[in-house]
Every structure is written in structure tokens, then in C-alpha cells.
Design a protein. Structure first.
Length: 409
């Protein structure tokens, strides 16, 4: 067994006497085991200092310090071999800019559950190999735009449960390897366009429990690997009119994802090839939506109530999916629908009354899997007085379609 000694010098708030704590840490099987401290009274410093005589790759000192602790700049000097530092729930309030200046080999840093209110832009400069950083449950209200600039190998970043009101546009731009980003339970009111543009490997993005009232339309444009997006319980967004969410790996969407975007005019959810179905209440609160693009997904079926609240919808793009059928009442409440694209699905037939409520439909583009069913569709569309757009590959069928139409009448 190796034995590590360190001294902890601190001062508790509102107490006159300081105490020097002398700890013995025994190492066994590459783990640190901390013994009970021996107190030596009558020291006058309010700083605590670790004097580390010998270190293994991991140091865990969680739930140890009293309120208002300030980490000394020399705390981790002489320990460049550290791979993991866990200082969770230590009531730390200040971290000197150079306290981790020798930790170039560090891979994991846990600072959650402290009282840290600000972080120097130099704090993480040396941590070029860091892959996991937890800053949750602190008192951070703002972050310097360059604070994460050196963390090019970071995979996991947790900023949840702080007091962040805004995020600099370039804050995450160097985090190209980031896979999980948690910013939930803050006080964010807006997110800048381009904030996530460089996170091409991001799998999980957690934004719930903020007061977000405005987001730019293309905020999620550059997240091709995204699997999980949580934006529930967002603040009301009366000014948001257009939103894009495309080329992700999302397989499901929260039913209330757009619930507070009541003034949305255009919604573009396309090229999400893992998306096979949509919650029936997904569009429940979008009475002003005029354009909805669901093209180039992998949708296999649609709930009969999916579009029932889209009373202002004029353009609906459902092309390039894998739809095999449509519920007869799917367009029942979309009375203002003018343009509908169902091309390149697996539709074999359409219910005879599927367009009965589409009184103002101007253009409907559909390809069915069997030509005879294509004729069947033409009959019903003509009955509803809807001019049908005939795709280029079906132009040769125009005389047959005309004859079929005349024969029906």
C-alpha cells in the first residue's frame, strides 16, 4: 500500500478559530481511501492547500470542505499524472485561474454541487485531454466565450442547475467531439443563431426547464448526429415564426416540443431518417402554422388526429417517406390546405373521402404503387374539383386518365 499525506487548511465562516486537518490516504488497488482527519487548531489562513507527496491517477475529495472554501493555486501542483479529479459538493466558491495549470493529462473533472459563481477563461487552458466536465449545481450566471476553447477532446459537458441567462455564440465552437451537452434548469431566455453549428458529433442535447422565449429558425441545422433533444417546459415564444430541425438521428420527438411556439408560421422537420412516427399531439398548439414540411423522413404511418389542430395550414409536404396508407380523416380540419405532396411513398390506395374536406386544395402530387390505383385517385380528386399535378413519368397516361374521367361521368 502507498500512503499519501495532505494537509487541509481552512476557515469556517463566522468562526474565529481555524484548524489544520491532517489526513492520511491509503491507496489500494489504484483507489484512494481517505481516513478521518486529525485537527490541529490555531492556524490563521482561510485558504486550504493540498500538499501531495505521492499521487495515483485518481483523486476523490467529495463532500468535504466547509462553506466558502477557496482553492489554493498550489493545490494540484506537482501532480501532472492525475487522470481524474472529483471535488463534488465541497462548497468551493473560488477557483484560481492557474489551479489546474499542470493537469494536461486530466480526463475527468467533477466540480458539481459547489458554490462557484464565476470561472476564469484560463481555468481549463491546460486540460487538452479532458473528456468529461461537470459544472452542474453551482452559481454560474455567465461564461466567458473562450472558457472551453482548449477542450477539443471533451465528450460530456454538464452545465445544468446554474443561473445562466445567456450563452456566448462561440462558447461551444471548439467542442467538435462533444457527444452530450446538458444545459437544463438554468435561466436561459434566448439562444443565439450558430450556437451549436460546430457540434456535428452531438448525440444528446438537454435544454429543458429554462425560460427560452426566442430561438433562431436554424438553431439545430448542424446537428446531424443528434439522438435526443429535450426542450420541454420552455417559455412562451410568441415571436418565433420559423423553425428547422433536420438531418438528425432523432427517432422520437416529445409530444410537447412545440407547445409554446403558438405563433409559428413554418415548421421544417425533414431528412431525419430515424423518425418513423410522430406523437398525435405534436402539432396541438400551432393554430397559425401555414407550412409544414415532413419530407424525407422515414414515416410509416400517421395518426388520424396528427393534423387536426392545424386550422391555418396551407402547405403540407409528406413526400419521400414510407407511408403505406392514410387515415380517411387525416385532412378533416385542414380546410385551408392548398398544396399537398405525397410523392414517393408506399401508398397503394387512398380512401375515397380522404380529400372531401379539402375545399381549396390547388395542387396535389401523388404517386401510387399501382397504376390502376393511380386512376382511382384521379377520379376522387376530380370529384372534389382539385386539379391534379401529373408527374413527368406519368405524362404518357394523360389520354387514359381523361377517358377514365369522362367514362365515370
Amino acid at each position: 500500500e502507498n500512503v499519501i499525506l495532505f494537509w487541509l487548511l481552512h476557515k469556517k465562516k463566522q468562526k474565529k478559530n481555524n484548524a489544520l486537518q491532517v489526513h492520511t490516504i491509503k491507496t489500494k488497488k489504484k483507489k484512494l481511501i481517505k481516513t478521518d482527519p486529525v485537527f490541529v487548531p490555531q492556524f490563521e489562513s482561510m485558504w486550504f492547500t493540498f500538499v501531495l507527496l505521492q499521487l495515483l491517477p485518481q483523486l476523490t475529495l467529495s463532500a468535504h470542505c466547509p462553506n466558502g472554501c477557496v482553492c489554493d493555486i498550489r493545490a494540484f501542483h506537482g501532480a501532472p499524472q492525475l487522470r481524474s479529479i472529483k471535488l463534488s459538493s465541497n462548497a468551493l466558491s473560488v477557483l484560481p485561474p492557474k489551479v489546474f495549470s499542470e493537469q494536461s493529462n486530466l480526463e475527468q473533472l467533477q466540480l458539481d454541487g459547489n458554490q462557484i459563481a464565476s470561472i476564469s477563461s484560463e481555468l481549463f487552458e491546460a486540460m487538452v485531454n479532458l473528456t468529461e466536465l461537470n459544472l452542474s449545481k453551482n452559481r454560474l450566471s455567465q461564461l466567458d466565450a473562450h472558457v472551453f476553447q482548449s477542450l477539443t477532446k471533451l465528450n460530456y459537458l454538464n452545465l445544468a442547475d446554474n443561473q445562466l441567462r445567456n450563452l456566448p455564440k462561440t462558447l461551444f465552437h471548439n467542442l467538435r467531439q462533444l457527444k452530450s451537452l446538458v444545459i437544463s434548469s438554468n435561466q436561459l431566455e434566448t439562444l443565439e443563431s450558430g450556437s451549436f453549428d460546430h457540434l456535428s458529433n452531438l448525440l444528446v442535447l438537454m435544454l429543458q426547464k429554462n425560460q427560452i422565449r426566442e430561438i433562431p429558425p436554424c438553431l439545430f441545422w448542424h446537428l446531424p448526429s443528434l439522438l435526443t433533444l429535450s426542450m420541454s417546459l420552455m417559455g412562451h415564444m410568441p415571436r418565433l415564426q420559423e423553425l428547422y430541425l433536420y438531418e438528425t438521428n432523432l427517432s422520437t420527438l416529445p409530444w410537447n416540443l412545440f407547445a409554446n411556439m403558438t405563433n409559428l408560421r413554418a415548421l421544417n422537420l425533414y431528412f431525419n431518417n430515424k423518425l418513423t412516427s410522430l406523437p398525435k399531439s405534436l402539432f396541438c398548439c400551432l393554430p397559425n402554422l401555414k407550412k409544414l414540411s415532413l419530407k424525407n423522413n422515414n414515416l410509416r404511418e400517421l395518426d388520424p388526429e396528427l393534423f387536426s389542430k392545424l386550422i391555418s395550414l396551407k402547405i403540407l409536404m409528406l413526400n419521400e417517406n414510407k407511408l403505406e396508407s392514410l387515415p380517411s380523416a387525416i385532412f378533416r380540419n385542414t380546410l385551408r390546405l392548398e398544396i399537398l405532396d405525397l410523392n414517393h411513398n408506399y401508398l397503394m390506395y387512398l380512401p375515397g373521402d380522404v380529400f372531401v374536406h379539402a375545399r381549396v386544395l390547388k395542387t396535389s402530387s401523388v404517386i401510387l404503387q399501382q397504376t390502376v390505383m393511380y386512376f382511382h385517385l384521379i377520379v376522387h380528386i376530380v370529384i372534389c374539383q382539385i386539379p391534379l399535378h401529373i408527374n413527368e413519368e406519368y405524362k404518357s397516361l394523360r389520354p387514359l386518365i381523361k377517358s377514365f374521367y369522362l367514362a365515370f361521368f
